[in-house]
Write a protein that binds this ligand. Structure first.
Ligand code: XBP
Ligand code: MG
Length: 236
């Protein structure tokens, strides 16, 4: 029997990257008087590096290496990223980023059927809670049995660490759960933790490869068959 659904956040619960994170990064760059601008195309490439702080460092190394000789670079990146998180939170408060189709329905279905659900994401915890607050309401944060986010594990996706951490908190074997992801990095992470994984492609990820997914869907649709009846999902 299906014991738990593990949701990715960015690209899976909501399309947060292009009009959320990207905009928040650029706003933080302005606040720090940096003339960096991550346009839609460039951001798509930078998404290969998961984690905002890691993404900023990668950008500096590859695009503005002269800036790398700052004093205490790690702390500087952390404070720039903190400013980005503040912008992202206020963007979420405006409520302009909705949940993707079918997400709210599936969550209600899982609650009714008393199937556990959790979050496994590389994004920062504050971003998860502000998205949930603005879409499903503040109380929804407590509906999730476990929320694994950001720096709680040292290695971000595609490493399996965050999924291992969440499964460990749930005290469930991977084979009795399913992950829902939107990206190749997310799929690699979930599969490395032995999770059957369903893909709902997002704007930035529809051209990626998802060979190891149990199914690749455009979205979770409204309404759909119960998750356990989707062809290819072999959870018993
Ligand atoms: C999303 C990420 C994150 C976000 C930005 O991965 O890689 O880095 O782009 O969030 P997932 P932070 O789909 O696994 O959630 O700046 O808070 O890292
Ligand atoms: Mg994602």
């Amino acid at each position: 029997k299906l014991q738990a659904v593990l949701f990715d956040v960015d690209g899976t619960l909501a399309d947060t990257e292009q009009d959320g994170h990207r905009v928040a990064f650029n706003a933080a760059f302005q606040q720090f008087n940096l003339d960096w601008n991550w346009d839609i195309d460039l951001y798509g490439k930078l998404l290969e590096i998961t984690g905002g702080k890691e993404r900023i460092r990668y950008f500096m190394e590859n695009f503005v290496p002269s800036e790398l000789n700052k004093n205490d670079l790690t702390n500087w990146i952390a404070s720039l990223h903190k400013a980005k998180t503040k912008y992202f939170e206020s963007l979420m408060e405006t409520g302009n980023i909705p949940l993707r189709p079918g997400v709210a329905r599936l969550i209600q279905e899982l609650r009714q059927k008393k199937i556990k659900f959790a979050i496994a994401t590389t994004t920062t915890m504050e971003n998860v809670t502000s998205l949930l607050k603005s879409t499903l309401g503040e109380e929804s944060i407590d509906w999730f049995d476990v929320i694994g986010a950001g720096d709680i594990v040292p290695s971000k996706k595609p490493a399996p660490d965050i999924y291992h951490w969440v499964l460990n908190q749930l005290d469930l074997p991977a084979q009795q759960c399913i992950a829902i992801e939107d990206s190749e990095n997310g799929l690699k992470s979930a599969r490395a933790a032995l999770l059957p994984t369903l893909i709902t492609v997002s704007g930035y990820t529809h051209q990626q490869r998802f060979d190891e997914a149990v199914a690749v869907l455009s979205d979770l649709g409204e309404p759909s068959k119960p998750l356990t009846q989707i062809q290819g999902v072999t959870i018993t």
